[in-house]
Design a protein. Structure first.
Lengths: 594, 160
C-alpha cells in the first residue's frame, strides 16, 4: 500500500506536515507495510490537506492511466481521518469513505484540461523516476534524436504557444531570435519571479513538477543553441527553490543536464538564482539586471535580450508556465495544442482562483472558455452563495471586470479590449463587500511601492494617483478627482519604459470605467456601500438587539459608548474613531454600521 | 569604520572567497551575509564593498532596493502578514490593525523587548487560507482580529 500526501506550500500551510508525521508514527508503531509518498499540489487548495491512496504506479487521480484504476482521494485530512485511512490500509473495518473526495469536487478536476499542470499532484516532485514513468524526458529524447533546431521551433510556432507570464509574446519568435543571434555562449532563462499578489501557479508547478520546467528549458536550449540555463526564483518560495535544486541534481545524475546530453553534441546545465524581492524584476530586462547583481531596473529595448541579454550575451527569457507546456507540445505535436483555444490564443491557461470563491485553487482550462466557466463551472461560484460583483484579472497590471462581463472569453485580445489583461493568471473574485475604490487604492499602493524609480511618470505619477485615491477613501475626495486620475493614468501609461509603469494605472482606469458610480458616491455623498472605507462609516447601536452587556463600551478605546448595564447603549458620533471594535466584539449583532 | 574588517566578519570570508571570480554575485553575497548575521549593518555593507571592489554606494543601492534585505535587526519572531489580493479581499487590513495594536508597533516595526517584528509581504501564496500570516516559517490561516491577537499572546507567554 502506498499513500501520497500533498505537500505543496498550501498543503503544508493547512497541516500536511503534521499529518504526514502522524501517518509515519502510526505506521511504525503498528508495524505496517505502508509507503508514505509525497506529491505536490493538485490545485484544490480549499480541500487541503489531501491524501491519496495509490497502487504502485504514480498518480492516477484523473483516471488518465487506463492500466490503473483511479486513485482514492481523501480531503481535509485530520487525525481522525488519518485513523480511518490507516484502518482501511490494514484491511479492517473503517469509515474512511466519509472523507473521500465528493463527486462535485471531482468535477473540479474533470472540468479542467491539464497541460502545464498535467503532473501536478500526481508525481513525487522529489523523485525523477515518477516523472519518467509518466513519460517525462521523452520529448527531449525525440528532439535530440529526430528533430532539427528548425523543426522544434516550427512545432512551437504551429502550437501557437505565447508567453504565459503576461505579455503573451509568441514563444517561437523569441526562440528563433536567439537561435539567429551571434554569440558563443547563449542563455536560456526561466522567469520564476512570480510577483503578482494572488498568482501562485509558477510556484505550484515548480513545487509539484520541477522536471517539466527543466525539460522545457532543455528543449528550448536545444532549439536555440543555448548552453547555459538560469532559473530566477523568488526568495519567498523556499520550498520551490529546494525542490528545483534537488530536481536539477537528479537530472544531472541521470545524464539530462551535462556535457553531451544523451550522447549527442548538445550540452546544457541549469543553475538557480534566488531573487531578493522586487516585483519589477518580473520584467525581463530588470530581471537581467538583477541576475547581474544590479538593482533591478528595466533597460530600453532594443537591443532585445536575444541580442544583448545577460552580461551582453544573447539570452531568452520565458515564464515557468510557458516552459511547462513545451514538453507536452513536443510529445503530442503543435497541432494538438493549437486545436485548443481561439483563433489568436492557443492552448490552455492556468488561473489562480482566489478571493470570495467557493472552491479556490489552481485551474487550467482551454483558451476560449468564458470567465464564467472558470468561476462558476469549476470554482463553484461565490462563497456563501452571494452575488458576484467583480472579478480582478492580471493582478496589479490588470483590471476589475463587472459581473456583466462574465461571458467574456479568455483570449489575449478579447481581455485586453476590456481594459484588463490575461496577465500571469491571477483571478480574484469579489462580492458586494468589496469596495472598488479601495481595491484600486490597494493595487496602486502596491505598484507605487514597487516602482523602481527610473521613469518620472511611474515614480511620481503612481504616488500622486495613490494620494488622490487615499483621500477619496478617507472621505476627502474633491470634484474633478476622477478626471485627474484618468489624465494621470494616461500619462503614466505613455511615459513609462517597462510593463510595470505601462500597466500600473489599469486597476484604477478599469474600476473608473465599470464602477464610476462608486467613485462618485465616495466623493459626492461620502458613502461607501461596501462598508470598507472606515472613514465613511458611522456606527450606532440597535436598541432592540442590545442587551446592555457593556462589552462594547469596555472595548471602545475612545470612550464613545455609554449606557447602563442591562440597558441599550449609545454611540457618541463625535467621539467615535470608527475603529470597529464594538462591532467586532458584539455577540448580539446590535452594532449597526452604515 | 574601515578598520580591520577582516577580523570583524570572519564568518563571511569563505563566502567572499567562493564568489570572488563570479561576475554579478553581489546579491548572492548579500543574501548569504544576511543569513549569517540576521541583517546587514552599514559596517558589513562597507566590508563587502571593500572585499569585492564594488563601490559602497552601489552595495548600499542594491541592499536598499530589494525588499528581502534588512538594514536593521529584527525581533525573535518575524511576523509576515500577507497583503496579497485574496487576503486583502478577505480582511487583511483588520488583522494588521489588530496586530499593530497588540504589539504596539507600526508595520515594519520591532517591539521594544526585541520579541516581535511586524512586516507585511505581497503574497505568501496560501490564498485559500486567507487572511494568512507566517511567523518564523509557521503559517496561520483563516485569521480574525481576535485569533491574531491570541496567537501573539500565546507566543509572548511562551517566551516569558
Amino acid at each position: 500500500m502506498k499513500i501520497s500526501i500533498g505537500k505543496g506550500s498550501c498543503g503544508l500551510a493547512a497541516g500536511a506536515g503534521k499529518i504526514s508525521d502522524y501517518f509515519s508514527k502510526r505506521a511504525r508503531a503498528e508495524n505496517m507495510d505502508l509507503e508514505i509518498g509525497v506529491t505536490g499540489c493538485i490545485g484544490m487548495c480549499y480541500l487541503e490537506p489531501i491524501v491519496t491512496l495509490t497502487d504502485d504506479c504514480p498518480g492516477n487521480l484523473l483516471g488518465d492511466r487506463p492500466d490503473n484504476r483511479p486513485d482514492k482521494i481523501y480531503v481535509k485530512v485530520d487525525q481522525a481521518a488519518a485513523d480511518e485511512i490507516l484502518l482501511l490500509c490494514q484491511g479492517r473495518e473503517n469509515n474512511a469513505g466519509q472523507y473521500e473526495l465528493q463527486e462535485e469536487d471531482r468535477a473540479v478536476l474533470n472540468r479542467q484540461t491539464r497541460v502545464a499542470l498535467r503532473n501536478c499532484g500526481l508525481v513525487d516532485p522529489e523523485n525523477i523516476e515518477d516523472y519518467i514513468t509518466r513519460g517525462g524526458y521523452e520529448a527531449l529524447r525525440k528532439c535530440l534524436r529526430e528533430m532539427t533546431s528548425a523543426q522544434i521551433i516550427e512545432e512551437i510556432k504551429v502550437s501557437g504557444l505565447a508567453g504565459r507570464g503576461g505579455a503573451g509574446f509568441p514563444t517561437w519568435f523569441k526562440w528563433r531570435a536567439l537561435r539567429d543571434a551571434k554569440g558563443e555562449t547563449k542563455y536560456m532563462i526561466c522567469n520564476a519571479d512570480e510577483g503578482d499578489p494572488g498568482a501562485f501557479m509558477d510556484r505550484s508547478v515548480i513545487e509539484s513538477d520541477p522536471h517539466t520546467v527543466i525539460e522545457g528549458m532543455l528543449i528550448g536550449a536545444r532549439a536555440t543553441g543555448a548552453s547555459q540555463g538560469i532559473v530566477y526564483v523568488r526568495a519567498e518560495y523556499p520550498l520551490a527553490i529546494k525542490r528545483l535544486e534537488n530536481a536539477i541534481q537528479q537530472a544531472r545524475d541521470r545524464g539530462f543536464l551535462q556535457e553531451r546530453v544523451l550522447d549527442t553534441d548538445f550540452s546544457f546545465d541549469i543553475r538557480v538564482k534566488v531573487g531578493a524581492g522586487a516585483f519589477v524584476c518580473g520584467e525581463e530586462t530588470a530581471l537581467i539586471a538583477s541576475l547581474e547583481g544590479e538593482r533591478g531596473m528595466p533597460r530600453l529595448k532594443p537591443p532585445f535580450p536575444a541580442q544583448k541579454g545577460f552580461f551582453q550575451r544573447p539570452s531568452n527569457i520565458n515564464n515557468v508556465e510557458t516552459y511547462a507546456n513545451v514538453p507536452w507540445i513536443l510529445s503530442r505535436g503543435g497541432q494538438a495544442f493549437a486545436a485548443m483555444g481561439t483563433e489568436h490564443s492557443k492552448g490552455t491557461k492556468v488561473f489562480a482562483l482566489t478571493g470570495k470563491i467557493q472552491k479556490g485553487g489552481l485551474v487550467e482550462i482551454p483558451m476560449g472558455s468564458s470567465i464564467r466557466d472558470v468561476i462558476e463551472g469549476v470554482g463553484g461560484g461565490v462563497k456563501e452563495g452571494r452575488a458576484l460583483k467583480a472579478v480582478q484579472l492580471g493582478g496589479p497590471s490588470g483590471g476589475c471586470l463587472p459581473a456583466e462581463l462574465l461571458e467574456t472569453i479568455i483570449d489575449y485580445q478579447t481581455l485586453a479590449a476590456t481594459g484588463a489583461i490575461m496577465g500571469s493568471g491571477g483571478m480574484v473574485v469579489m462580492d458586494s463587500a468589496t469596495c472598488m475604490v479601495d481595491m484600486a487604492r490597494f493595487f496602486l499602493d502596491f505598484t507605487c511601492k514597487e516602482s523602481c524609480g527610473k521613469c518620472v511618470q511611474c515614480r511620481v505619477g503612481t504616488k500622486r494617483m495613490l494620494e488622490i485615491l487615499e483621500r477619496i477613501t478617507k472621505g476627502e475626495g474633491r470634484p474633478g478627482d476622477i478626471e485627474r486620475l484618468e489624465v494621470l493614468g494616461q500619462h503614466i501609461k505613455e511615459g513609462s519604459l517597462c510593463g510595470l509603469g505601462q500597466t500600473a494605472p489599469n486597476p484604477v482606469l478599469t474600476t473608473i470605467r465599470y464602477f464610476r458610480h462608486e467613485y462618485e458616491e465616495h466623493i459626492e455623498r461620502k458613502k461607501c456601500a461596501a462598508k470598507r472605507c472606515k472613514a465613511l462609516l458611522s456606527y450606532r447601536i440597535d436598541g432592540e438587539k442590545c442587551t446592555g452587556c457593556t462589552l462594547c463600551s469596555k472595548r471602545c478605546p475612545a470612550k464613545a459608548i455609554s449606557g447602563e448595564a442591562k440597558k441599550p447603549h449609545r454611540v457618541d458620533g463625535t467621539l467615535c474613531v470608527k475603529c470597529g471594535k464594538c462591532a467586532e466584539s458584539c455577540r448580539f449583532s446590535a452594532v449597526v454600521v452604515e | 569604520m574601515w578598520d580591520n574588517p577582516q577580523e570583524k566578519y570572519p564568518e563571511l570570508q569563505p563566502i567572499l572567497h567562493q564568489h570572488k571570480d563570479e561576475q554579478g554575485s553581489l546579491i548572492t553575497i548579500l543574501q548569504k551575509a544576511q543569513a549569517l548575521y540576521g541583517y546587514l549593518p552599514l559596517s558589513l555593507l562597507e566590508h563587502i564593498a571593500r572585499a569585492t571592489g564594488v563601490k559602497p554606494a552601489k552595495v548600499y543601492g542594491v541592499a536598499s532596493f530589494y525588499a528581502q534585505f534588512r538594514l536593521t535587526p529584527i525581533g525573535k519572531y518575524l511576523i509576515l502578514l500577507c497583503e496579497g489580493t485574496a487576503c486583502h479581499v478577505n480582511g487583511a487590513k483588520a488583522i494588521e490593525g489588530a496586530l499593530m495594536e497588540e504589539l504596539g508597533v507600526p508595520a515594519g516595526g520591532t517591539t521594544t523587548d526585541g520579541l516581535f517584528t511586524l512586516n507585511s509581504v505581497a503574497c505568501l501564496g496560501c490564498c485559500s487560507l486567507s487572511p494568512v500570516m507566517m511567523i518564523n516559517g509557521e503559517t496561520y490561516g483563516g485569521l480574525t482580529p481576535e485569533k491574531a491577537r491570541k496567537i501573539i499572546r500565546a507566543l509572548r507567554e511562551a517566551a516569558a
